[in-house]
Write a protein that binds this ligand. Structure first.
Ligand code: SF4
Length: 231
C-alpha cells in the first residue's frame, strides 16, 4: 500500500536525524562567502552545490583564468575538459558560459557587485529574469542565501528521497517540494538540502549506491530490498 503523506513526512524526519549524525550540516555562516556573480557561477558548475568536486572546479576557474570574463570567452570544450578533470559533467560548461554571457550583456561588464545576498528579494527578481538560470538553479541559489524550507528538487534530492520512499517515482517537482515545505521549519531547509546532497555524493550515488554502508538501510525502501531481497 502506498505510504501516506504523514508517513512520508515521518520518514523525512528520521532521514534527516540520521544524516545529521553522519554528516553534521554546517551553519550557513560556514558557507564560503562569495558574491552573487560567484554564487551563480558556483551553482552553474553542477546541480549539487555541495559536491566537493564543485569546489575543486570553482577554484580552478578562479586560479587558472584571469577573471570571469576570460571564462566567458573560453571555448565550451575547454571548460568541459576542466569539469571532466574534476569528475563533473562536461555538459555544464554551457551553463557557465550562458550565465556569464547573459550577465555581461545585461550589465556591460561581468560584475554583480550591486546585488547583495543580504537583499534576497532583489536577488530573486534578478535571477528570476535570467533566461540562462533554470528554476531549480534559482531555488538552489535562494536556499543558499535565505532561510527557506523550499528544498530544490534537483536530481540528487529526488534520487535519495525516492529511494528511501519519501517521494514517489512519478512525483512532480512541486510534490517533492511540498513534502519538504510541510515538514521543515524555514531554518531547517538549508541543512536538509546540505545533508541530502552530501549523502547523494558520498553513498547514495546514481549508480551503485553503497547501501550496506548506509545508516538509512533499515528505513530505506531501496536499501532494504537491495540488502534482503523479498523472495
Ligand atoms: S540505503 Fe542505499 S538507496 Fe537507501 S539511502 Fe542509503 S545508499 Fe541510498
Amino acid at each position: 500500500m502506498e505510504a501516506t503523506f504523514t508517513q512520508r513526512q515521518n520518514l523525512l524526519k528520521k532521514t534527516l536525524q540520521t544524516l545529521g549524525k553522519q554528516y553534521k550540516a554546517p551553519a550557513r555562516g560556514a558557507m564560503p562567502s562569495i558574491d552573487m556573480l560567484e554564487l551563480i557561477m558556483w551553482t552553474s558548475i553542477s546541480d549539487n552545490p555541495f559536491n566537493p568536486n564543485v569546489k575543486r572546479a570553482f577554484k580552478k576557474l578562479v586560479n587558472e583564468y584571469v577573471d570571469w570574463n576570460e571564462v566567458r570567452i573560453t571555448s565550451t570544450n575547454e571548460l568541459g575538459e576542466l569539469l571532466t578533470g574534476c569528475k563533473l559533467e562536461a555538459s555544464h560548461a554551457i551553463n557557465i558560459k550562458n550565465a556569464a554571457q547573459e550577465i555581461f550583456h545585461r550589465e556591460n561588464r561581468l560584475s554583480l557587485d550591486f546585488l547583495s545576498p543580504k537583499r534576497p528579494a532583489d536577488v530573486r527578481k534578478y535571477i528570476g529574469e535570467m533566461k540562462s538560470i533554470p528554476e531549480a538553479q534559482a531555488n538552489t541559489i535562494m536556499i543558499l542565501i535565505t532561510d527557506s524550507a523550499d528544498v530544490p528538487p534537483i536530481a540528487a534530492v529526488r534520487r535519495v528521497a525516492q529511494r528511501i520512499g519519501i517521494v514517489f517515482e512519478n512525483s512532480t517537482d512541486n510534490a517533492v517540494r511540498l513534502v519538504f515545505k510541510k515538514t521543515l521549519q524555514k531554518i531547517q531547509g538549508f541543512s536538509a538540502f546540505y545533508l541530502i546532497c552530501q549523502h547523494a555524493y558520498a553513498l547514495c550515488k546514481e549508480t551503485g549506491p553503497r547501501c550496506s554502508a548506509c545508516d538509512l538501510n533499515k528505513i530505506c525502501e531501496f536499501g532494504k530490498e537491495k540488502i534482503s531481497p523479498r523472495k
